[in-house]
Design a binder for this molecule. Structure first.
Ligand SMILES: Cc1c2[nH]c(c1CCC(=O)O)Cc1[nH]c(c(CCC(=O)O)c1C)Cc1[nH]c(c(CCC(=O)O)c1C)Cc1[nH]c(c(C)c1CCC(=O)O)C2
Length: 359
């Protein structure tokens, strides 16, 4: 399927969410308050999520547009966040190209046959737009329902996806991943190049169906030294950002423990860099450099403290963001909502950020 005229021309029809606070902040335009949403805002912290997921395996839920719509909307209705994030997972496109992957609750993605050799790499075919009709349908339903609230599409970045494919599941030391990256650089380059195609295609499907921003999650890139990131990972991530640039939607890039990589993650092509809680936003602004926005960066664990502590820490984030000068800040946690988090604390935090940042 050829690219739409919009993608070819680089022009996109302006959707109902174009003038939303979230998208105006993403474009560094004046806003009445700082927009806020939460990574992992859908999920097990919400009783209503647990109810609709009863008896439905995670990846099956991701392929059911009716469930994707309901689960994506739940945190928007409850918390009144300024953006929705598409309920899917970073391994959904891997399943679509034939990888035997399952998601184990409390663990994460598990891959039966890890990719370790060139022969294994043949199992990873390119992603075609027609491979995921359920994504196109789900995004279309959501954009119609969300109206002026923007929908953020997302995908996993090549390194983080490669780490699951090579390790066969979550890892703390990534020894098999790094062994290929250091010891078989040509095989590594072929793998992350193929993953850049799959990720780009997944994001294009979401954007063409109506997503008005995208986030590229390189959650585990913090395991890398800057030189290795620049040499072995950044080119593949840059291919993804270049591939979606013609659509003109804001591109957010996030990883955990990436304080030493923030500048490079911006240089890869992000318009906005996500920051975890370890680097204050004013310092992060120095590392990322001018012309890019920041997203974050409250420590998620703060939400387990009393409300007055949450508000004090949230105010510190807002004050540090003022170092950016304009409105180029989107409030978020420094990583995702945790399953045991009190959803009411998140609802209170949204109201506080709106009130404390009112211009
Ligand atoms: C690394 C990563 C994954 N998936 C994702 C990342 C990057 C974001 C991050 O760093 O947290 C991305 C992701 N996964 C999910 C979303 C949607 C978030 C949202 O709807 O707000 C997003 C953005 C749904 C999900 N993806 C997953 C869940 C939990 C599923 C469940 O048990 O109900 C959800 C809501 C499963 C998953 N999927 C993955 C992990 C590590 C897990 C385990 C989570 C856990 O069980 O504690 C891989």
């Amino acid at each position: 399927m050829s690219e739409t005229p919009a993608a070819q021309s680089g022009q996109r029809p302006r959707g109902a969410a174009y003038d939303s606070v979230f998208l105006r902040a993403a474009r560094n335009e004046p806003v009445p308050h700082t927009p806020v949403w939460f990574m992992r805002q859908a999920g097990r912290s919400l009783p209503e999520y647990l109810k609709v997921r009863e008896g439905v395996p995670m990846l099956d839920a991701c392929m059911r547009p009716d469930l994707v719509q309901e689960i994506t909307l739940q945190p928007v209705r409850r918390h009144k966040v300024d953006a929705a994030i598409f309920f899917s997972d970073i391994v959904v496109p891997l399943k679509a190209v034939g990888i035997d992957v399952e998601i184990k609750g409390g663990v994460g993605p598990v891959i039966a046959d890890p990719i370790r050799t060139r022969a294994d790499l043949q199992r990873l075919r390119p992603l075609e737009p027609d491979d995921m009709p359920y994504i196109t349908e789900a995004v279309g339903l959501l954009v119609a329902e969300l109206g002026a609230t923007p929908l953020i599409g997302f995908a996993g970045a090549p390194f983080t996806l490669a780490s699951y494919l090579i390790e066969g599941g979550p890892s703390k030391s990534y020894e098999n991943t790094k062994a290929m990256m250091y010891g078989e650089p040509e095989l590594w380059a072929e793998l992350v190049d193929r993953l850049a195609q799959i990720t780009s295609a997944f994001l294009k499907i979401q954007i063409e169906a109506g997503a008005s921003a995208v986030q590229l999650f390189d959650s585990w890139a913090g395991a890398l030294a800057p030189d290795e990131y620049r040499r072995s990972v950044m080119p593949a991530s840059a291919k993804v950002f270049d591939a979606v640039e013609p659509f003109g939607v804001p591109r957010i890039h996030f990883g955990v423990n990436t304080g030493e990589l923030l500048g490079l993650m911006g240089q890869a092509g992000a318009d906005i860099v996500g920051v975890d809680w370890r680097v204050p936003l004013d310092e992060a602004a120095n590392r990322v450099g001018p012309g890019k926005g920041l997203q974050g960066n409250l420590d998620p664990a703060v939400l387990y403290a009393p409300t007055h502590v949450v508000e004090t820490k949230a105010r510190e984030v807002l004050h540090a963001a003022q170092a950016l000068g304009g409105s180029h800040h989107i409030f978020n946690l420094g990583h995702g909502v945790m399953p045991t988090m009190d959803p009411d604390a998140l609802t209170r935090l949204v109201a506080f950020v709106h009130e404390a940042s009112a211009r």
